[in-house]
Write a protein that binds this ligand. Structure first.
Ligand SMILES: Cc1cc2nc3c(=O)[nH]c(=O)nc-3n(C[C@H](O)[C@H](O)[C@H](O)COP(=O)(O)O)c2cc1C
Length: 135
């Protein structure tokens, strides 16, 4: 039995980028069939299922997360070329998603969360070894 205190997070590819393929609304229907089995959160990605290279731009997958959030009532994690703190803030403040993920931006800028907090005037705890460097 999966421990009650641990969340079940499901990662989905919500868009196949071709007419005959999967789309966010279909993915939401599928999630509605199984969500009562205990899904706590949906991590929404896209593509990589069939050989179609999607057009990418900042936030290109956020609309899929929004559809799934609205059509299932489940909390979602959105991501895909999210690089700026203000963009992340817009997505969360407008309740387009409940969490965001960063992939490549964290590879480029591992301290992104610390710098983002500064840019958003949020005073957060820095890790002990970094405290003397806090800006
Ligand atoms: C180095 C690297 C490894 C990745 N590995 C996986 C993986 O194993 N499974 C997966 O679903 N997505 C994987 N991804 C995709 C990311 O989770 C993410 O969906 C994608 O990079 C878009 O987010 P980003 O624009 O913030 O990087 C990987 C991405 C990168 C850059």
């Amino acid at each position: 039995m999966w421990p009650e205190e641990k969340p079940i997070i499901v990662r989905v590819s919500a868009e196949d980028y071709t007419e005959e393929g999967n789309h966010d609304t279909i993915m939401a229907e599928m999630l509605n069939l199984v969500k009562d089995e205990g899904i706590d959160l949906v991590n929404v990605s896209s593509g990589a299922v069939i050989n179609v290279v999607p057009e990418t731009y900042p936030g290109y997958q956020v609309k899929f997360a929004e559809t799934i959030r609205n059509n299932t009532g489940l909390p979602v994690i959105a991501g895909g070329l999210i690089t700026s703190p203000l963009m992340a803030e817009e997505i969360l403040s407008n309740k387009r998603a409940d969490f965001i993920f960063l992939g490549r931006e964290l590879l480029r800028s591992p301290y992104w969360p610390l710098l983002a907090a500064k840019e958003l005037s949020e005073d957060i705890e820095w890790p002990e070894p970094y405290k003397r460097a806090k800006i």
